[in-house]
Write a protein that binds this ligand. Structure first.
Ligand code: ZN
Length: 488
């Protein structure tokens, strides 16, 4: 997940270590964030939704858990295709793979809808401390960054821990390499992840430092764990502001530079980055449906993003989301369930550095948006199901939340899913703006930012059982909303 609007960055949200073989026992997964342990009024009388859809939900959960197809699909995408940044041949292969897989599952109206996407390329990168000690440092350029001349650049470092400090430094910023040494807050049961608080240093920090005359910027990686693994992500320079080289640095080496700077002697760095922006490239959103039996024009969208950063395998972000929505549709179909309304899978392209797929979908389907009954995005990794973030205009919020809460009760076997009013998903922004109720599928968040946007986001961090439970959660929500007698 990625950038533009701050809200766009909040999406990709996190869990526990992989425990291989999927045991089939329907354990209730206790995923942290508060309320998890609160019993969900077991003795309350069943709601009409529970009465009508209880059996279907149990069948869907059982079917999703019975096969490890989601994990197999994720293996194809991660080991077979690998990471897939917008504009790369790998993203083209991912589009091919998705199209072929959805067709193989026998879905309706499988198609690609063309989208032009930004094409940023990293190139070769290296960095080192040249004084007062000599030491290589691990960096990853930020998407949207400028490169350096081939021979690299050198400069003295200015360490800051807030935008206030940056502004106060004023003239001192000129000609410096600014390091934002701001540790990301660890996951907290009450407050969730610290990503939203830390992300401005990456997304707008380079632009703000450039305005004051900085030569380059390093950002301490937005990470909750590190084995000297930098975490990339998008940055955006304000219109009219000079683009400068900007990179994430491993948390270990951000700390080292800061310690050296505290010693008083100037800390000097050398930075070489081959980053460049190429002309926009063709890509596509990939779409598949189960056409509704009574109201085929009304749509329940379940989506995720097919692109990733150009490191690791994009396994949690957002390969997991892709295979969960794909297998949700396939699970419903395999049970012979055809809901009243259409369920549409949308695999968006270019979420990470542009949202071009989301914008193109909203533009191409403008006439249809009022008939989008609900849109769900899965972009918080393949960890244990945690809940649904509901994003609806205030006047409808209570009603939609109440219905989603009733549906969530059907999902008790996969976890006590918590329903909250929060941002739903970056790719849904243009649709939610036009009144479509948005839902973010949220997973347990402790581990997500250990891996996010780094070389460590690989298949071995994904637990097949948690992934299967995610398929169940998404399939049950989509199926029930698509089948309700009254439109949500
Ligand atoms: Zn993502």
């Amino acid at each position: 997940m990625f950038l533009a609007a701050l809200s766009a960055i909040l999406g990709c949200g996190s869990t526990p270590p992989p425990c291989r073989e999927a045991p089939s026992a329907p354990t209730v997964i206790v995923a942290s964030r508060a309320k998890r342990s609160e019993p969900v009024a077991a003795s309350a009388p069943a709601s009409p939704i529970e009465e009508r859809y209880g059996l279907d939900a149990r069948r869907i959960i059982e079917a999703a858990r019975a096969r490890s197809t989601a994990f197999e699909r994720l293996r194809e995408l991660t080991d077979g295709v690998g990471h897939r940044l917008s504009g790369s041949p790998a993203l083209d292969r991912a589009v091919e793979w998705a199209d072929k897989s959805l067709k193989a599952d026998g879905h309706d109206n499988v198609r690609r809808e063309k989208v032009m996407v930004p094409h940023w390329e990293r190139g070769a990168e290296s960095a080192e401390i040249v004084s007062p000690v000599r030491r290589p440092i691990a960096i990853l350029g930020l998407g949207g960054s400028e490169g350096t001349p081939k021979r690299g650049i050198e400069g003295d470092v200015l360490v800051v821990r807030s935008f206030d400090e940056l502004e106060k430094a004023g003239e001192q910023v000129k000609g410096k390499i600014v390091l934002y040494d701001v540790p990301m807050r660890p996951y907290d049961e009450e407050k969730g992840s610290g990503y939203g608080e830390a992300v401005p240093f990456r997304s707008s920090g380079p632009s703000r430092a450039s305005k004051l005359g900085a030569k380059a910027v390093l950002v301490r990686s937005l990470a909750t764990a590190s084995l000297r693994t930098p975490h990339t992500g998008a940055t955006r320079f304000e219109d009219g502001v000079k683009k400068i080289p900007a990179a994430a640095v491993s948390t270990e080496e951000a700390a080292l530079i800061a310690r050296l700077a505290e010693g008083g002697a100037p800390v000097r760095l050398r930075l070489a980055m081959g980053a460049r922006q190429l002309p926009d490239a063709p890509s596509a959103n990939v779409i598949a449906e189960i056409v509704g039996r009574e109201k085929p024009d009304e749509i329940v969208l379940i989506g995720a993003h097919l692109d990733s950063w150009d490191v690791g395998q994009g396994a949690h972000d957002d390969g997991a989301g892709c295979v969960m929505v794909m297998q949700a549709l396939t699970t419903i179909r395999s049970l012979g369930l055809r809901p009243r309304r259409t369920i549409r899978v949308v695999l968006f392209t270019n979420e990470e550095n542009g949202l071009a797929g989301a914008k193109a979908y909203a533009a191409d389907h403008a006439a249809e948006i009022p008939r989008h009954v609900l849109g769900l995005e899965a972009d918080s990794g393949g960890f244990a199901p945690f809940g649904f973030n509901v994003e609806v205009p205030k006047e409808r919020e209570a009603a939609v939340q109440a219905t989603v809460t009733q549906i969530a009760k059907l999902l008790e076997p996969v976890g006590a899913l918590k329903v909250t009013a929060e941002h739903s998903g970056a790719d849904l922004i243009p649709l939610v703006k036009q009144g479509m109720p948005g839902v973010g599928y949220v997973t347990a968040g402790e581990r997500y930012f250990d891996y996010h946007h780094s070389e460590a986001d690989t298949l071995d961090k994904v637990d097949p059982k948690m992934l299967a439970d995610g398929v169940a959660a998404i399939a049950v929500l989509a199926y029930v909303v698509a089948d309700l007698e009254e439109r949500l």
